[in-house]
Design a protein around this ligand. Structure first.
Ligand code: AMP
Ligand code: GLY
Length: 427
């Protein structure tokens, strides 16, 4: 089988690492890829949102299956473009991708089909939004309706912060069209977890539960980022809660979409808050989580390409997915300054020491290959991943591996998985 992966981050590197272990896979292309990915896949110089060029490439190279990493191309309708040409592709169509590309659509669907989520209201008019926020009071959450690369949500502790957020989105248009409509939402309290399922529209097979760490600094301080680390499975989601999430969230969402005439095939990801009243949906994504997938895939025993193929073909079954015992932790190594401005081009040292180390993998996020060395080429540079019998051993192993890596301005969190360990990590 020839496979094309669309995207260029740690999530795509993890996908390709796992795909490359499949006896079914003969060739892997990645558009556009990154330095680390180029060791396992042939790089293709086409941007992830250049849909027609990607379809042309897949057709010319007789690609059997295209797998889409990020949300941008899904929201733009890459699946519809490929399917129109008779090309096989893994992911939801444009209409189904609205679950992620329009928060107003997602919240309205949840309300209609009784999926547990916070109270909310949708506004196209700043004046009306301000009046609502004044009436409800803080704390409150203000969200841009459209895609903003994870930056469109403001959790406001005070009324003036909330009013400021409305101004930024609706008057200053910092996210252009994506913020013309907003969702104002009740702030939920609790521990977050990510539930990611593969679905062919009727059957939904959950992957291992996981937890992301969105804040830049230890103890969940500092600004929100694209994710500084993750681990799987997440003990906060007990077996009973996992079942409850399938019956109260995942199945009603898929049934609701079907009722609206929308088929969902691909990955459905529910970002949940485990509140005292039970799990409630914060957001849906229509793709694998990054960095969650980097911590999930190393524990997958089954063949990934067969699973994705079964999803596309509508013949998914729960017994297709087998997991290794134990835990996996992923720590993101970032560039000094991220998520603000940062420098690139710094030489990365020590990667060779980790090659072949049992239970350790390094997935590149933002790197470039420069002759026979790697240099930093983004804000989130590397994902160091370790698997072991339990979370404590996996955490020890991952930080020991990180001690072997260095580059100028390397920053990372020292407390990844602290919630699962239930005690502070001292290093
Ligand atoms: P979102 O943009 O919806 O993915 O949200 C990004 C992050 O903002 C989430 O992972 C939460 O940490 C936080 N967040 C979003 N919605 C809420 C909410 N209703 N209550 C509390 N925190 C929220
Ligand atoms: N880890 C959060 C996301 O992928 O959106």
């Amino acid at each position: 089988m020839k496979v094309l992966v669309v995207g260029s981050g740690g999530r795509e590197h993890a996908l390709i690492w796992k795909l490359s272990q499949s006896p079914e896979v003969q060739a892997i292309y990645c558009a556009p890829g990154n330095g680390g990915i180029s060791e396992l896949a042939e790089p293709v110089e086409i941007g992830p949102e250049d849909l027609e060029a990607l379809a042309e490439f897949a057709e010319t190279k007789d690609v059997d299956l295209t797998i889409v990493g990020p949300e941008g191309p899904l929201a733009k309708g890459i699946v519809d473009v490929f399917e129109k040409r008779g090309l096989r592709i893994f992911g939801p169509g444009k209409a189904a991708a609205r679950l992620e590309s329009s928060k107003a659509f997602a919240k309205t669907l949840m309300k209609k089909y009784h999926v547990p989520t916070g109270q909310f209201a949708v506004f196209d008019d700043a004046q009306a939004a301000r009046a609502y926020v004044r009436q409800v009071g803080a704390p409150i959450v203000v969200k841009a309706d459209g895609l903003c690369g994870g930056k469109g949500t403001i959790v406001a502790s005070t009324l003036s912060e909330a009013l400021g957020a409305i101004d930024l989105l609706m008057e200053d248009h910092i996210f252009k069209q994506a913020g013309e409509r907003i969702v104002v939402e009740e702030r939920l309290q609790g521990e977050e977890a990510s539930i990611i399922v593969l679905t062919d529209g009727t059957t939904a097979v959950p992957l291992l539960t996981s937890q992301d760490h969105k804040r830049l600094l230890d103890h969940d301080k500092g600004p929100n980022t694209g994710g500084m680390g993750a681990y799987a499975p997440a003990p906060v989601v007990t077996d009973a809660l996992a079942k409850q999430i399938m019956t109260q969230v995942i199945h009603p969402t898929l049934k609701g979409l079907a009722n609206e005439g929308i088929l969902f095939r691909g990955v459905l990801y529910a970002g949940l808050m485990m509140t005292p009243e039970g799990p409630k949906v914060l957001e849906y994504n229509v793709r694998f989580g990054d960095p969650e997938l980097q911590a999930i895939l190393p524990l997958l025993k089954s063949d990934l390409v067969s699973l994705l193929d079964d999803t596309v073909e509508g013949r998914l079954s729960a017994d297709h997915c087998e997991w290794q015992e134990g835990s996996c932790v992923c720590v993101v190594l970032a560039s000094q300054g991220y998520p603000g401005e940062y420098q690139i081009g710094k030489e990365i040292k020590g990667l060779d020491k980790l090659k072949g180390r049992e239970g350790v993998a390094v997935f590149h996020g933002g790197t470039k290959r420069d002759r026979n060395r790697f240099v930093t080429w983004g804000g989130r540079v590397l994902n160091v991943v370790a698997t072991d019998v339990d979370i404590e051993s996996a955490v020890k192993k991952v930080y020991r591996a990180i001690d072997d890596i260095s580059y100028e301005g390397m920053v990372y969190r020292k407390d990844i998985a602290w919630r699962a360990m239930k005690k502070p990590i001292t290093r």
